[in-house]
Write a protein that binds this ligand. Sequence first.
Ligand SMILES: [Zn+2]
Length: 479
Amino acid sequence: MMQPCAFGSRRIYYNNFAEHLQNAYNPNVVYPGLPNRWTDDQWRGLVDMIAGFGFNVFEFWLVPRLFCRKGLESDFGREFARQMGVVIEHAHRRGVQVEFIAGLATVGERWDTLCPQLPADWAEIQYLWHTWLDRLPGIDIAAFGPGDPGACSRHGCSALTYIDRSLDLASQLADRHPQLGFELNLWGPPVFGWGIITGPPGWAGEFIPEHQASAWRFDKRRADETMTHLLRRLPEFPPQTCVGQNLGFNPDGNPLGDEDARPWIHEIAKTHPVLTWDFSLTEGENNVLPHYRLERLFQRRREERAAAPLAGGICFTMTPLLNQLSLYASAQSFLNPDADPSAVADRFATVVFGPRGHELTARWTLFEVVQDWGCYVKLELSRSEYHRQVTDLADVLRSLTGHEPAALPFHPTVSAYRQELLFFAEFLHDASAPTPDYDTLWQRYWKHVYAIYDHLPEHVDPRPRAATDRLLSRFKTWV
Ligand SMILES: [Zn+2]
């Protein structure tokens, strides 16, 4: 078994660049010929930045569009593997390991979930795991994810099936790749969807947005059975296996009542490192704004330290070219969970923007206008007062021109970062004016953030349009 690790020793930068999370601030690795492709040098710049922030693992999702035969055999899949090879090589030079996570059985551009109870499907699942690992030599850690999207409840599949089949795969892969580390992720109530996700009559495992909520249905008896089974089977996993488990069996990882996972974490941590996979702490999904959720982030870290302590975990981003502050603070929250969040923000802004950078600290929360997943910031301001304050924020950002001492490696540049912050401050200024033209604002935001979707057919999970509507709705109802 692995030795228990010190709190926060594995600090994972998790870049989710899935098909439904494309935007101007995220790399487009899946649609060649469309905007937001990154050069190898841009990737190296990103790795330098996250290493400088304090991360020691780079994690990406091997998204379903890649995790399938077509992904393996297409030009974009081969180019992805080549470019990840460049990232792996550079990351290793910087002392950063590279990890991928894939849904155990969710494949293809329409996010279908195969059923491991069916021999042909199980053979395909094994083929994909083995072949992708061969395509990514140098990868350090392979992580199993239950879903979101995807999970199976057909043919008797349950959360136990997920654990057992992950064990089978980990054992096979460890034989062929003795240096490979593993992470078994229990994301969900626990284990998202397995045995509980519903589908219509005749359902063959295809992704259906209307049924996704059923994957989160909590049942204490199921949770106890799942975690008991995990503890029984964990010793059979390869010795270099970690477990991904949040403090609570709910989307926000809140340890409340029967959904409190801490007693189980305490048991697992006696033999295996436990990592947080708390997605809710930094930016939510498809709420593309500069974020500031540092109070809750540091509070959660202290809870995670008290729970086991946890050996580390992910810091999620879908906007690495916009939310550098969140990334910096996330890495620092593992290194120094007792730090005052405002002091961390002060340090970041002062290093990046010079001595007057700290003037931003009390103003960052003005960007948190949408109460989405994981946002506990409450902006209790009248529309006119908000407008006044966000005008002031834009003025501060304009006045910081010229202060660019880059004591931290920064990507892409401090100047570009400031310009993007200013775009949002000016957008929010205009949106909070007494009588804005909402249609024009909608187009302005869409064009700046989500323009890539103008080139794509509607995806099975078309959230970007709804996200743009939601942002503008905030101002339509704000008095
Ligand atoms: Zn099944």
